[in-house]
Write a protein that binds this ligand. Structure first.
Ligand SMILES: [Mg+2]
Length: 209
């Protein structure tokens, strides 16, 4: 099956999957539900697309010089990794409702620099496991090189999101990686340590999941 075919075939499914995300993410429920219902519009809440892009670019303008310097200083035998959140971090989740969702361009630019310089990219999301395949396909379609994708299993859905995400970073470290940066747009993406640096994209007080 061609990718175009797959995209068309899964377009309807991803709409119901997004609804499922809203239901299945208790800790995120307030923000996810409110943004999902407005996702058909070209903006999320009070935030317009241009402002969001400008704000994301400003954060990535801080991240890129650090990453260039940290990657250049790779220690012998060190396996470097970056951890990314997905919704409104690597993908434009709340700014249009297509499938595949477009990449968040400022973040994709940084990700591409890293992956072209030997850094492994890991994606840790509160999305439930049922949409693993759609999410994995979407990330690769947009140009992200996925070394690992962590979605929430049935029992993880009832855990605190921050604790769940922290546990996944610990798991990545246990596989021998050094997490040089953790990039997300919610406080729950970034708390809990297990990363040398964190970069916080805007969520406008919880308006973006
Ligand atoms: Mg997010």
């Amino acid at each position: 099956m061609s990718s175009r075919h797959l995209a068309r075939r899964t377009a309807v499914t991803v709409v119901s999957a997004a609804a499922l995300v809203a239901m299945a993410a208790p800790a995120d429920a307030a923000t996810t539900t409110s943004t999902s219902t407005t996702a058909a519009a070209a903006s999320a809440g009070d935030v317009d697309y241009a402002t969001w892009q400008k704000d994301c670019q400003a954060v990535m303008n801080q991240a890129l010089p650090y990453l260039k310097q940290r990657i250049a200083a790779t220690k012998p035998g060190e396996k470097q990794a970056i951890v990314f959140d997905i919704d409104n971090t690597t993908l434009e989740t709340d700014f249009g409702f297509s499938y595949p969702q477009p990449a968040n361009k400022p973040v994709l630019d940084v990700a591409k620099y890293a992956q072209e310089h030997g850094v492994s990219l890991f994606f840790v999301t509160a999305r439930p496991g049922i949409i693993y395949t759609f999410t994995d396909y979407n990330l690769r379609y947009d140009g992200y090189k996925v070394s690992g994708l962590y979605v929430r299993g049935l029992f993880d859905l009832f855990k605190d999101v921050a604790a769940y995400k922290t546990a996944q970073r610990a798991d990545i470290e246990n596989k021998g990686y050094t997490i040089i940066a953790n990039i997300g747009n919610s406080a729950t993406d970034l708390s809990g340590g297990h990363a040398e640096k964190t970069y916080k994209l805007p969520d406008y007080n919880g308006q973006l999941s």
